[in-house]
Design a protein. Sequence first.
Length: 550
Amino acid sequence: MQGFQSVFGIGSDMYYRHVSATICRAVNKTHTRTMVLFVVAVFVGAFISTRWIDATITSSKSTKPILTAKAVLHEPSHQNPTPPKKPSHHHQNGSRAPTQPKILKTHHKQTPQNPLLCPSENHTRTCPARGRPSPTVRSYDDVDPPSCPDYFRWIHEDLRPWKARGISKEMVERAKRTATFRVVVLDGRVYVERFKRAFQTRDVYTLWGILQLVRLYPGLVPDLELMFDCVDWPVVMSRDYGGRNASAPPPLFRYCGDEETLDIVFPDWSFWGWPEINLKPWESLLKDLKEGNERVKWMNRKPYAYWKGNPAVAPTRQDLLKCNVSERQDWNARLYAQDWISESQQGYKQSDLGSQCTHRYKIYIEGSAWSVSEKYILACNSLTLIVKPRYYDFFTRGLMPVHHYWPIREDDKCRSIKFSVNWGNSHKQKAQAIANTASNFIQEDLKMEYVYDYMFHLLNEYAELLTYKPTKPKKAVEICLESMVCPARGLEKKFMVESMVKAPKESSPCTLPPPFDPVTLRVWLRRKQNSIRQVEIWEKGAWESQNTKL
Ligand SMILES: *[C@@H]1O[C@H](CO)[C@@H](O)[C@H](O)[C@H]1NC(C)=O
Ligand SMILES: *[C@@H]1O[C@H](CO)[C@@H](O)[C@H](O)[C@H]1NC(C)=O
Ligand SMILES: *[C@@H]1O[C@H](CO)[C@@H](O)[C@H](O)[C@H]1NC(C)=O
Ligand SMILES: *[C@@H]1O[C@H](CO)[C@@H](O)[C@H](O)[C@H]1NC(C)=O
């Protein structure tokens, strides 16, 4: 399978600014190629999927449509005008759900036909009127929802800068400086004000994700207003908001952060699909990956470290290529630069994603910022070699070196990679155990359900900090299924239909774990540091003993 990892050459790796001229030129080429690919993809996709979607949307009689009209139809009940109570993650008892939960399967208001109400020619962008949905979540008196994965604790850390003062309208407005769009949720309806264009469809799929969250937990997503920046790099520098008299930082949502910034991290668009590179929504990809992992067992995989991607987006990637195998040297690395043209000619073949996992070791290296490829690499059941990253996204702070992955030095990549592969090949059980821990983490803790729950808790905690009542901005327009799906074409449409929340959830979100207490957090960070240092010491020892032998 060629097309998969290569796909991440651009990726989140798309850059917008602060890039040296050489890199810029290289990437612009990529960009152009991407556009070409995009056209190809859309053309092919349109042929396949418009037919499919039309069939889907109009089929109401078929007994087993892929996406039944009914499934699409089940809009939350709008019979009950009482405002729903906020989910109470503080006290688990009580107030979460109405005693008579609405089971949507029994509720019909619209006819099952033509559920999306897409007018055939005239693509109206207006959203049908509907009242505030009431919650569907049932409360089971005897069962507390399970606790969310540990990485959810970082939600508290990300919001800490506003914990004391709250978030005022003025702070939100200051985040507009770099924002791509503003989102306002009012009574379960989602309004968007766009400020600038985003790269490809990342803004579209981010909004789509928020819309699906509202559908998954009708009536539970609180009223809120937020600014979202779709560009790769975090921009809210913590040093600008440090002093005693400093103003509060602007709360700005984006896909990644680093140690020096205060941006609030949010799941990236690829969880709902990335049509430009034919990357399916996460839910189906996860299944492919699981099946793929069964195909070639770890022991039968090639005993080398594999990487394929676009080296042009970052100097550190060009540096990595120096570790490739050649006549003169073998650092145990097998590295490939992607070729977009041939990838597109081969149709990306990403449906066969699982068969990418053919090496015992896979390298993850950042591009211009974090890369969405990390989750696919970690899911491979190979030992992931992570070149010391600078950025984190919403889940990667839950990863522990040597437990989930093997840390690779940024400043001595080749020797570090060679050592890690030698270590793994001579500690096969341990290497496999780490590989399994990582894939289980991805399969379990990062399943789509938890991605939504992360968004849910983050937005809830965020909304709780707002010191004002959000209102609909004049220039904001409502988005809904119809306004997004109907005008979409080809793969873009296909992925939306595929990643659409088919029915509201009837169980509560997982329970948000409490914030780290400062001691626990320090212990956790120290453990992480120590694991990395331990590996560096092993590495150093190995090279020294080799040198003395020579
Ligand atoms: C929570 O539920 C328990 C047992 O169901 C009950 O004893 C307790 O009083 C409840 N607490 C609140 C705050 O409702
Ligand atoms: C779209 O539909 C509306 C209402 O059905 C109609 O008033 C309008 O003229 C149509 N526009 C086009 C371009 O067909
Ligand atoms: C903070 O502001 C007060 C009053 O404006 C001023 O007297 C004080 O010097 C400032 N402190 C710092 C550290 O800037
Ligand atoms: C790395 O080496 C392999 C084997 O010689 C070669 O096929 C591949 O193209 C090389 N990668 C790059 C980026 O040059």
